[in-house]
Design a protein around this ligand. Structure first.
Ligand SMILES: C[S@@+](CC[C@H](N)C(=O)[O-])C[C@H]1O[C@@H](n2cnc3c(N)ncnc32)[C@H](O)[C@@H]1O
Length: 264
């Protein structure tokens, strides 16, 4: 068997099913929109994302899974038109409110899912998908991004397939297999005849920055659900064994930053 015999799109779908990956309903994202719109401390990730982009020769952007517009709004002053696509009306509402507050009149919302009909979604010079690539069918998603980009596509994807340190999750008997990560994307793009470039953006992990064990336990419970007494005791032992590791919330979190050119 050689690399050419492997259907990486199928392999991704099989991995996603084995990891019990599920599409969230848009209402779950609606509920998070107000809090996400206020997350100003996230700007380091946004700065790192944008610093890696080449906007030369580009006037329009399509931001897929735009959320409250972290990427779209940051780029709006440098482009003629910015289109934010998301299936959560709550996210689009917060993005548009923030766009008005910032005085950006060139931001256009489109309420749409990855899986919907995209025939009327405009092609743009640049297409981005930032932290929004947890899709069930990656080959289809990449084909859509590629088809809508006149010049370049930029996306981020999980490294390692977990949002929470695996060791911390295991302490609470959360032994779910890791989700499929960026390495499928590189292989699918290769099979599409594209030449993806790869970089990494390091971010605080979701459990980082707590002042004490109670705050840490609250963050863990928010991500993994209620913690019983035995789990809490194991977690406390882990927390107190290495205060520096505890402050970081375990292993650092990395996004793979992948980009490619669509124009010859
Ligand atoms: C983690 S947020 C990322 C938001 C923004 N791109 C950023 O980097 O801050 C993921 C976004 O993807 C959207 N999303 C999730 N599944 C989607 C789907 N199937 N179709 C369209 N949008 C989706 C969510 O509503 C949410 O706004």
């Amino acid at each position: 068997m050689t690399h050419a015999d492997i259907d990486f799109g199928q392999l991704y779908r099989t991995h996603m099913a084995a990891a019990d990956g599920r599409e969230k309903p848009p209402e779950e994202w609606d509920a998070r929109a107000e809090a996400m719109g206020r997350m100003v401390g996230e700007s380091r990730y946004v700065d790192d994302f944008i610093a890696r982009m080449d906007l030369s020769g580009c006037a329009t952007l399509l931001d897929v899974g735009c959320g409250t517009g972290a990427i779209a709004l940051a780029l709006a002053p440098r482009l003629q038109r910015v289109v934010g696509l998301d299936y959560s009306q709550g996210m689009l509402d917060v993005m548009m409110r923030n766009a008005r507050a910032l005085g950006h009149a060139n931001v256009v919302p489109i309420r749409r899912a990855w899986e919907d009909d995209w025939r009327d979604v405009p092609a743009c010079d640049i297409v981005t998908a930032s932290r929004s690539t947890m899709v069930m069918d990656m080959a289809e998603a990449l084909a859509r991004l590629d088809a809508k980009a006149n010049r370049r596509v930029y996306l981020t994807s999980l490294v390692g397939g977990r949002f929470i340190d695996a060791e911390v999750a295991a302490l609470l008997d959360h032994t779910r297999p890791a989700l499929p990560d960026y390495i499928y994307i590189v292989n699918i793009l290769y099979r599409m005849g594209r030449h993806p470039r790869l970089d990494y953006i390091e971010n605080d992990n979701r459990l980082a920055g707590t002042e004490d064990f109670d705050a840490f336990a609250r963050k863990v419970a928010f991500s993994l659900g209620e913690i019983d007494d035995a789990g809490r005791a194991r977690l406390k032992q882990w927390y107190e064994a290495d205060p520096e590791r505890a402050r970081r919330g375990g292993a650092p979190f990395r996004w793979a930053f992948i980009h490619w050119e669509t124009a010859p």
